[in-house]
Design a protein around this ligand. Structure first.
Ligand code: C2O
Ligand code: CU
Length: 526
């Protein structure tokens, strides 16, 4: 149980250092690779206007930073506010290479709620009892799916349910009658998580670095990739309370059901007599999940209306994408990874090229990717199990979706119940999108759009597509570039559940990608 293992980390810390900035800042981060493998860093949720060069995903916007070299990222923040995070974007490295990005209001701005007395970053992580890169490499080589984690961690601590000494529990010290802002990040590899603080009310104020209409809840549900800002008042007259996290899963092959604890510790009351038993929704409690996510609403109903679509006429680009885990060996040994599994979007299992897609696009280098992402009519798929022709038709390739600058885009993401099912937290780089609709079963283009929330849809960068349903998102394609879109379950990303969204330049310099920096890491085969 209490093993030590060697992990690749940043500045000797796990989780890595926090980046604290103000809204609208530009940040430079110099990354020196002192590890054994090449890797890159992604600034998750930072839109990087016209600046895809520094977005980070390996082989999408850059080649890896090789060992003993360095690379400086220029991170341009625009309207993001609250909490985001950074993480490695190469294979599974992000499991130990990640940290928070705290975005405070700009100098002349205040919070839209009473200024908290203190704040605390809470990073939820997966824990492997051993060096997880080795564990995963071994699994892939053996042709088995990547293993489940042994536990979860809160800020690098495994808590007192794991069976290691009590100094591995995370403790947040609070003063009676003070209010704290929790900046919660789900950095777990493959698991949505419930999170709670016993006997305390949580008030959600922001999701994915956009403010939301405040609401009170006893627990939150947060998907891998997502971030949430939550207020909590230390209004209990007692010593200590558990904070706890547990996975949520609607998959038939669920992750380990493990509750990880931390402690919400009142400094002015010593002792542990009031730590109550932990109550969290059960791992497969879909109602608890739905109940929570349906309450996430945008604050800006009047000032900043979302894509306003009387009669839907303003949407000029509609994209329908199916998500599948193809639980069968790929054809002609053209697998994405060596374990024989594949996952796909519209039946294409994504393969990383050896030169980044962005460079190939910018410099017109042929043969690196194709702009022919297939668009199949919704009727092609039936999540209920009518999969004839689908499994055998899985293709492997590097195919991009192209849209024009200024397009009003709607993407409908439809799960197909292949393999073990389960929901998919889909993340789009370079954008915050409006989450306008969701439902179970097959998306119905005739009737489902009338259920959309076009009044106060929240802005997000990662949205959970239920394992037996669909989700609709909308955004204006106003950030030219090459942007990765993928499932934030690392297992599915490794199997190819991703694609690239290319937003072409507009007609002016201000609507075009910035020039390519001369410092970009060079690409090497292998
Ligand atoms: Cu959290 Cu592609 O990223
Ligand atoms: Cu997935």
């Amino acid at each position: 149980m209490c093993n030590t293992s060697t992990l690749l980390v940043v500045n000797n810390s796990y989780p890595g250092p926090e980046i604290r900035v103000h809204r609208g800042d530009t940040v430079f981060v110099n990354v020196h690779n002192r590890g054994k493998y090449g890797f890159t860093i992604h600034w998750h949720g930072v839109k990087q206007p016209r600046n895809p060069w520094f977005d980070g995903p390996e082989f999408i916007t850059q080649c890896p930073i090789r060992p003993r070299t360095n690379f400086t990222y220029k991170i341009i923040l625009s309207e993001e506010i609250g909490t985001l995070w950074w993480h490695a974007h190469s294979d599974w490295t992000r499991g130990s290479v990640h940290g928070a990005i705290v975005i405070l209001p700009a100098e002349n701005e205040t919070y839209p709620f009473p200024t908290p007395d203190g704040e605390q970053t809470i990073i939820l992580e997966s824990w492997y009892n051993g060096n997880f890169k080795k564990i995963i490499d071994k699994a892939l080589a053996a042709g088995t799916p990547p293993p489940q984690p042994d536990a979860y961690a809160i800020n690098g601590h495994l808590g007192d349910t794991y069976g290691c000494p009590t100094d591995t529990i995370f403790r947040m010290e609070v003063d009676y009658e003070k209010t704290y802002l929790l900046r919660i990040i789900n950095a777990a590899m493959n698991e949505q998580q419930f999170f709670t603080i016993m006997n305390h009310t949580l008030t959600v104020v922001a999701v994915d670095a956009s403010y939301v209409r405040r609401f009170k809840t006893n627990y939150i549900l947060i998907s891998p990739g997502q971030t949430m800002d939550v207020l909590v008042s230390a209004n209990r007259n007692a010593g200590q309370y558990y904070m706890a996290t547990r996975p949520f899963s609607d998959s038939s092959v669920p992750p380990v059901d493990f509750i990880t604890t931390g402690i919400f510790q009142y400094t002015n009351f010593v002792g542990g007599s009031n730590a109550s038993l932990i109550t969290l929704p059960a791992m497969n409690n879909t109602d608890a999940m739905l109940n929570f996510i349906s309450r996430i609403r945008n604050t800006n109903v009047t000032q900043n209306p979302p894509i306003n679509v009387p009669g839907d006429t303003d949407i000029n680009r509609r994209v329908f994408i199916t998500l599948a885990v193809n639980d069968l060996p790929c054809k002609n040994s053209k697998c994405v990874v060596s374990d024989g599994f594949a996952a796909s979007l519209n039946n294409v299992s994504f393969v990383y090229p050896h030169i980044d897609v962005l460079q190939a696009y910018y410099r017109n280098i042929r043969g690196v990717f194709a702009e022919n992402f297939p668009f199949l009519p919704p009727e092609f798929y039936d999540f209920t199990g009518n999969l004839t022709g689908v499994v055998s038709a899985v293709e492997v390739g590097t195919r991009a979706i192209c849209v024009n600058y200024g397009d009003a885009v709607e993407i409908v993401l439809q799960s197909t119940q292949m393999g073990a099912g389960g929901s998919h937290p889909i993340h789009l780089h370079g954008y915050s999108f409006y989450w306008v609709g969701a439902g179970f079963g097959n998306f119905n283009g005739e009737t489902d759009p009338s259920t959309y929330n076009l009044v106060d849809p929240p802005l997000m960068n990662t949205i959970d597509v239920p394992g037996t349903g669909w989700v609709a998102i909308r955004f204006f394609a106003n950030n030219p570039g090459v942007w990765y879109m993928h499932c934030h379950l690392e297992r599915h990303t490794s199997w190819g559940m991703s694609t690239v969204l290319i937003v072409r330049n507009g007609s002016t310099i201000e609507t075009s990608i910035r020039p390519r920096p001369s410092t970009m890491p060079r690409c090497h085969r292998t």
